[in-house]
Design a protein around this ligand. Structure first.
Ligand code: B12
Length: 306
């Protein structure tokens, strides 16, 4: 008979994970994280799986994810684990953790291994397979973004050098750039400028957003990283511009995005200004926050500039 599973009270779970009991209750109530069982008298009991889920949540949060996004990722891990067959379950690469891979998609640990070995052809092949296996929206949300988060976590743990992280970013940028060019837009399309504020280099999600926006008929133009405030204003003066989307990864980016939003708002009060990304929030009363996934945010913007 297998030994009985260890069970912890909420105080025990808190001590084991470093997360205060009040936070554990809030995560459970708001996001359904950890799902402890209840004793007949109603006390929470945490098994190994619940504790692992809390650890994973902490890992995502310390990597910079917003709480809702971290919770979504943890829940997806649970769903993927439940649906994984032994054949589709990825083999963890040594020292690189075992991220979940949706079945049928290239194993995320393989991408991490190719990056660690600086095996660029293999990296390109993995991206090719991924993008030809499922729809763009699925690949983004269920494979590419989770993989990039794992790259960040592996780098944080010291399991992946910065050179490997740069190799992945460059390969992803090349793949997305081809999709961006292929999506194109008609001259009559509603023009939307997308980019990053001064000081901000995390270009992959806004480029993905520009592709998603083009695919639903918007004339999205990606202006790239680290764009000075004056250049945002110059670009926004073009009369066909209907909206400006500033991408923010960190809280510093949000301050810089505020400067962009105020300057563009002054020059073009008729233009919609939206802020998207993990640190997105209202920077003044005129801005819209794009808080959903990339395709959802593109749809919301399309509705706003109809
Ligand atoms: C690739 C990468 C880089 C590349 C970027 C290359 C490129 N061309 O984009 C490079 C090497 C340049 C880089 C640099 C740095 N990075 Co970096 N990077 C990453 C990494 C591994 C992936 C980023 C990514 O594309 N994620 C993609 C998606 C999955 O993540 P997401 O941002 O959460 O986005 C989701 C939503 O918020 C939404 N979304 C995001 N953006 C937008 C935009 C719009 C418009 C919309 C609608 C939606 C949307 O879509 C996603 C899915 O839902 C992350 C790890 C991670 N967890 O993301 C670290 C990470 C973001 N980097 C980090 C850091 C600290 C840095 C540096 C400061 C490192 C340094 N010391 O130099 C610099 C900062 C550079 C700068 N000035 O901006 C931290 C940020 C921590 C924080 N919250 O402050 C992270 C989390 C790594 C870590 N584990 O600590 N980085």
């Amino acid at each position: 008979m297998p030994p009985p599973e260890p069970m912890l009270t909420i105080q025990g779970a808190s001590a084991a994970t470093g997360v205060p009991a009040t936070t554990l209750r809030a995560w459970e109530n708001r996001y359904g994280i950890a799902r402890p069982r209840r004793t007949p008298s109603g006390y929470r009991v945490y098994d190994e799986e619940s504790i692992a889920e809390i650890h994973r949540m902490v890992e995502y949060l310390s990597a910079g994810a917003a709480t809702r996004l971290a919770a979504d990722a943890v829940i997806r891990t649970r769903a993927d684990a439940a649906s994984a067959t032994p054949a589709s379950a990825p083999t963890p690469a040594p020292g690189l953790g075992a991220p979940p891979t949706p079945s049928g998609m290239p194993a995320i640990p393989d991408l991490l291994t190719a990056a660690r070995e600086l095996d660029e052809p293999r990296l390109a092949a993995i991206l090719d397979v991924a993008f030809s296996t499922a729809s763009f929206d699925f690949v983004l949300d269920r494979w590419l973004f989770p993989a990039l988060r794992e790259v960040g976590l592996a780098w944080e743990r010291g399991a992946l050098d910065i050179s490997a992280e740069h190799l992945v970013s460059a390969a992803v940028m090349r793949r997305l750039s081809a999709l961006y060019d292929a999506a194109g837009f008609a001259p009559s399309a509603r023009r939307v400028l997308v980019g990053l504020p001064p000081g901000s280099e995390h270009e992959i999600p806004p480029l993905a957003f520009a592709i998603a926006a083009r695919r639903i008929g918007l004339g999205a133009v990606h202006l790239g990283p680290n764009l000075p405030v004056d250049s945002w204003v110059t670009a926004a003066r073009s009369p066909e511009v209907r909206a400006v989307v500033v991408s923010v990864r960190t809280h510093d980016d949000l301050d810089a995005a505020g400067a962009v939003a105020r300057a563009v708002g002054k020059a073009r009060p008729d233009v919609r200004i939206a802020i998207g990304g993990p640190a997105a929030g209202p920077v003044d009363k005129h801005t819209v926050t794009l808080a959903g996934t990339v395709p959802e945010s593109a749809q919301l913007l399309a509705d706003l500039v109809r």
